[in-house]
Design a protein around this ligand. Structure first.
Ligand code: IPM
Ligand code: MG
Length: 364
């Protein structure tokens, strides 16, 4: 198979962790006889600096030509003074998600039994580790509803974000959650705020009907977002598939990541309905965390989330399951062997980004 990847490293630690992930991609494919062709394009702050906009036309075109996008992370203090709609996050990542209709964001939160010490949760609360996955709706809700800021007659100022969801949007993401749950423990927790929000009332109705009619083998629990945030800390192991709307998923997935050791460990796949040249889903793969400007350029960032994003890409956009597993096993083994970046070293001896990458490659 010949894979064509658009690589968008982005800003701050983005290029540093990408420099670790690309050799891992090349190594695993070489071993199994596949070929890969990748090209690197500026996005986010880098796009602004080089081409005057966060998503340069040439970058978007390269993404169109590719089978999948491997994304780093964007944004940071350097561009914070720009008008909000020109800022790296809003002007690159969100349009990319919208353009390629990447409505399903899959974020695995896996804490293996022999890595429990990397979690901030007391070990006795998670004797078996944690294995959950967040299915976050990614192209609707507050992120994409109508927005405005305007002065009021009395001199006050009013800002509006709108949360909009349609039945069809909820159904298609529910189908992703069902498919995910079928490959796991067959349990979905829908997180919403149905005691307050109209959109949540619709979510509950649509999700429960969808499961009742198309997936009676799946059990459904519902939980308010405030309770879910608490339950995640109290008893994270109760969760299998967490299904939720865009904003709640943004917040909960960070919480899930840190429960599983560190934000530097959580990869994510953003999938849509487009099919690539290989007949598989077109997707964008990125770490769930941000650009970490405070540690950028110091060889301190944890590259695991970026490396694990490569595994998700091979699995979802190319169907290369054993290659994906090989990468996941190499990361797991590296950490189990005690090779860790500072964020997961628990105050113990830590290695840098590049050394972590070498250690993963060595175990691949
Ligand atoms: C994420 C990020 C993005 C989001 C930002 C960078 C716009 O936090 O992927 O979770 O809010 O979706
Ligand atoms: Mg986020």
């Amino acid at each position: 198979m010949h894979l064509k990847i658009a690589i968008l490293p982005g800003d701050y630690i983005g290029p540093e962790v990408m420099a670790v992930a690309v050799p891992v991609l090349e190594a695993v494919l070489k071993r199994s006889g596949h070929t890969v062709e990748h090209s690197t394009h500026p996005v986010g702050g880098a796009g602004i600096d080089l081409h005057g906009k966060a998503l340069p036309d040439s970058t978007l075109e390269a993404c169109r030509q590719a089978d999948a996008i491997l994304f780093g992370s964007v944004g940071g203090p350097k561009w914070e003074k720009l008008p909000p709609q020109e800022q790296p996050e809003r002007a690159s990542l969100l349009p990319l998600r919208k353009h390629f209709r990447l409505y399903a964001n899959v974020r695995p939160g896996l804490l293996l039994k022999n890595l429990i010490d990397t979690s901030p949760i007391r070990p006795e609360r998670i004797p078996q580790g944690v294995d959950m996955v967040c299915i976050r709706e990614l192209t609707g809700g507050l992120y994409f509803g109508a927005k405005s800021t305007k002065p009021c007659e009395n001199g006050d100022i009013e800002a509006i974000d709108t949360m909009v969801y349609r039945k069809s949007e909820i159904e298609r993401i529910t189908d992703v959650a069902i498919a995910t749950a079928r490959g796991r423990r067959k349990h979905i927790t829908l997180v919403d705020k149905a005691n307050v929000l109209e959109t949540s009332v619709l979510w509950r109705k649509v999700v429960s009907e969808r499961i009742k009619t198309t997936a009676p083998d799946i059990t459904l629990a519902t939980m308010y977002i405030d309770n879910a945030a608490m339950q995640l800390v109290l008893r994270p192991a109760q969760f299998d598939v967490v299904l939720t709307e865009n904003m709640f998923g943004d917040i909960l997935s960070d919480e899930m990541a840190v429960i599983c050791g560190s934000l530097g460990m959580m990869a994510s796949a953003s999938l849509g309905m487009d099919i690539n040249r290989h007949g598989k889903g077109y997707g964008l793969y990125e770490p769930s965390g941000g650009t970490a400007p405070d540690i950028a350029g110091q060889d301190k960032a944890n590259p695991c989330a970026q490396v694990l994003s490569v595994a998700l890409m091979l699995r979802h956009s190319f169907g290369l399951e054993s290659e994906a597993k090989a990468i996941e096993n190499a990361v797991e083994k590296t950490i189990a062997d005690g090779v860790r970046t500072a964020d997961i070293a628990g105050g113990g001896k830590a290695v840098g980004t590049q050394a972590m990458g070498q250690a993963i490659l060595a175990r691949l």
